[in-house]
Design a protein around this ligand. Sequence first.
Ligand code: CMC
Length: 391
Amino acid sequence: KQTGYTALDQGFVNTASTRSAITFIDGDKGILRYRGYAIEDVAKNSTFLEVAWLLIYGELPSASELAEFDERIRRHTLLHEDLRRFFDALPHNAHPMSVLSSAVSALSTYYEDSLDVHDPEQVEISTIRLLAKLPVIAAYAHKKSLGQAFLYPDNSLSFVDNFLKLNFGTMAEPFEVNPVLTKALDRLLILHEDHEQNASTSTVRLVGSTEANIFASVSAGINALYGPLHGGANEAVLRMLSEIQDSGEGVKKFVERVKNKEDGIRLMGFGHRVYKSFDPRAKLVKESADEVLESLGVQDPLLDIAKELEQVALADDYFIERKLYPNVDFYTGVIYKAMGFPTRMFTVLFAIGRLPGWIANWREMNEDPRTKIGRPQQLFTGSPARDWPSR
Ligand code: CMC
């Protein structure tokens, strides 16, 4: 209802933009639940596709529902041959996040049926297409940056193994599945699947509220995720750790510079708008970092720097007073690096993980008859009415 009163809420700190039944967060207690299930249980007992079903359809799937979902996604992994050639038009050093959002936007041109956002069958097929094709697009963005040939998807493999093969397989040699990588990546993707009304999900909803199709909405979400204060933080963390290592200045000195807000630097991978005691995802990722590096036999001094940074920051009044703790992005980069992904692919991995959350939110918004076009107000601070000068 119009009240005629405009309250300013910069950054939406105090107002809810929507109702949602998908994800619950209690930031003071460090609680995160997907459809009522604790993230710790979900991460331990499920798989990426099972969680995708849970988020999108609201309940855990039966064994046959999950098998059919998996099968349908496998059947839709191929990209149109023209879309494969779309990558030729981009520079080889293009940031893979830009490639990802552009190619997802281009999906609308191949699947114009998606424009009918009120036809449940079209929404369903668009959902499957997105889940099937985003990992392929992501892997091609990676291969493009390496100057290597794109592989066709191998539908005999699981969702995660297919993705790993598309990234790390070559035409020259058979690809060997590594169960350690499979499990670790599956877990990381699960931890990123949804996080209620973060900037990218809110973007997906805002664009979707205009009745733009799901490809256009998700493409906008990918662009919102790109920024270093959101998904881009995982890439920024690794750059920060490498800079600390290369400069030799030491962790304590770096933390002092952060506290002095020198050049506006922040401790990347620290702090969260909602979590004010700990980020439950960060706890689970930290466990994975130790496990994965150990089982891959990788020793990375950047992990030691990250642990020291965490220790120093958590004991410092600046971070205590501001309730700043490691967030999900703090340790993920070290794991992705150990898996063999280049730094510029890190945020792309976040996007693949977040896709089911974007889809679930878009569909919830699209199905709710109370949805209105998102149209924030402003407090005008410009000039009062002026007379046009006579010239
Ligand atoms: N390092 C140093 N100081 C910080 C940091 C940080 N990472 N984060 C917040 N602060 C300070 C900030 O300078 C401010 O201090 P003061 O009161 O003296 O001005 C105070 O803490 C409050 O900060 P804010 O910017 O008002 O907090 P916010 O809730 O608007 O921002 C945030 C949340 C995540 C953008 C911010 O903590 C940040 O920039 N963190 C680093 C980037 C990052 O890791 N982002 C990933 C978020 S989790 C994954 C995702 O969902 O994308």
